[in-house]
Design a protein around this ligand. Structure first.
Ligand code: SF4
Ligand code: SF4
Length: 180
């Protein structure tokens, strides 16, 4: 009986350690991760040149209190933890200052989620141009009669594919989908 108990406990410990190890492996610490800010409507984004992130959390009152002024096209640097397409931001460095993005209890105030842009299947596109008129960021242009999405400007709103809830009902031939 004692042996079974020890064996069970050992197995439990082993699985726990494997779980901890795999979780730690997935998290990558980033230092001075940088990109250019971009405002679209009320939302803010960071374009790193390779990836596009949507910024969330930190309330505007916190930003004002800490004199963090978000300026479109300005460069910012960030320290944080990168895990599964989300960066938990610890510190932001602007041209003038650096600010710790934690509240008084140590809870995070700001995270950034990597955006998976939309893509046009050129073989399906019939060149109707409807998506180009309805993209809120003008990320779609026609190239040789086919719609092409600029991934650097796509905020993954899905309007081009699924419609805007008003007159535009989305791509009529289902040529647009999100990159997996
Ligand atoms: S709405 Fe669809 S078919 Fe029309 S241009 Fe855009 S991708 Fe092509
Ligand atoms: S999902 Fe479509 S409509 Fe929305 S920003 Fe991207 S390209 Fe434009």
């Amino acid at each position: 009986m004692k042996k079974i108990l020890i064996l069970t406990l050992s197995l439990f410990l082993l699985f726990f350690m494997i779980h901890l190890f795999s979780e730690a492996e997935k998290t990558v610490e980033v230092t001075k991760y940088n990109g250019k800010l971009k405002q679209i409507g009320d939302n803010w984004f960071l374009n790193t040149g390779e990836d596009f992130f949507e910024l969330s959390l930190a309330p505007s009152s916190f930003l004002a209190e800490n004199k963090i002024e978000l300026v479109s096209k300005s460069k910012v640097y960030l320290n944080g933890n990168f895990k599964e397409d989300v960066i938990d931001v610890f510190t932001i460095f602007t041209e003038k200052d650096s600010v710790n993005l934690r509240d008084e209890f140590g809870n995070k105030l700001w995270e950034m989620s990597k955006i998976k842009p939309y893509l046009v299947n050129a073989k399906r596109c019939i060149g109707c141009r409807l998506c180009t008129f309805n993209c809120p960021t003008n990320a779609i242009e026609m190239v040789n009669g086919v719609a092409v999405i600029d991934a650097d400007n796509c905020i993954a709103c899905g309007i081009c594919a699924d419609g805007n809830g008003k007159k535009y009902r989305g791509c009529p031939v289902g040529a647009i989908s999100q990159i997996e």
